[in-house]
Ligand binder design. Structure first.
Ligand code: F6R
Length: 239
């Protein structure tokens, strides 16, 4: 595991964007695993700016997102489809049929999670996975207690995650209680992982991710066993 300490959120975002940009321009074909949430927002801004400045062709890039809420349509302002469209896809010239997220409105969620897992496999697996971390140590929406063998699956969100994510909704009651997420096994299959951590509210989760014994009660600890993880963390997250 490589830990890169940076001063603040913007330095974290800029460094992450540079790393992803370099991978894009130096690869003949690239499957990017993408995350949503507050953490990667500015990374997407910087990355879009860099790609547009250099008029980078993205026809060799494919993206698969970690997760999506159950029950929200693609156009719902809090869906991760909508987040990706507004934060990144609409700003860059990536073919629409190269971007994938799980479908939280699929009529049969069990069929959908199998379809998504197979899709990742058919794309050849994720080359570079971007991750954030939840205060309770979740990655993707893999809450404490999730099996390390898990593939893409349906999850019931932890009460703390529902509360944390309520800031994006008008009321806490509007936050979906379920999501579809890549599993921990799916995430660990990525060839490289880039974990972004910013802010003092993530300090405990980060410390444990690095130092605690690997345990399903602390999902992010599994990253200790991955051969190629880079953590970019800011001063507040490391104090
Ligand atoms: C998002 C995701 C989550 C977030 C985590 C941190 O696609 O899978 O694991 O990365 O909940 O969220 P923020 O960045 O909003 O603190």
């Amino acid at each position: 595991m490589e830990l890169r300490r940076v001063e603040d959120y913007d330095a974290m975002s800029l460094l992450a964007a540079r790393i992803v940009f370099d991978r894009i321009v130096n690869s003949e074909r690239l499957v990017l695993g993408l995350a949503t949430g507050s953490t990667p927002e500015a990374m997407y801004d910087h990355l879009a700016e860099m790609l547009n400045r250099d008029k980078v062709d993205l026809s060799h890039v494919y993206t698969v997102n970690l997760d999506e809420y159950v029950g929200l349509s693609e156009g719902h302002p809090q869906s991760y489809h909508h987040y990706m469209e507004t934060m990144f896809f609409s700003k860059v010239d990536i073919p629409a049929d190269h971007t994938f997220l799980p479908d939280g409105k699929a009529p049969d969620l069990e069929v959908e999670v199998e379809r998504y897992e197979l899709l990742i496999e058919e794309l050849g697996g994720v080359d570079l996975q971007i991750l954030g971390i939840g205060r309770n140590g979740h990655i993707g929406f893999n809450e404490p207690g999730t099996s390390f063998d898990s593939r893409t699956h349906v999850v019931n969100l932890a009460e703390s995650t529902v509360k944390d994510n309520a800031r994006f909704f008008d009321t806490v009651d509007e936050v979906p209680r379920q999501a579809l997420t890549m599993g921990l096994h799916t995430i660990m299959n990525a060839k490289s992982i880039l974990l972004l951590v910013s802010g003092d509210e993530k300090e405990e989760a980060l410390e444990c991710m690095i130092d605690c014994e690997v345990s399903e009660e602390l999902p992010a600890t599994i990253l200790q066993t991955h051969p190629d993880v880079t953590i970019i963390a800011d001063d507040e997250a490391l104090e």
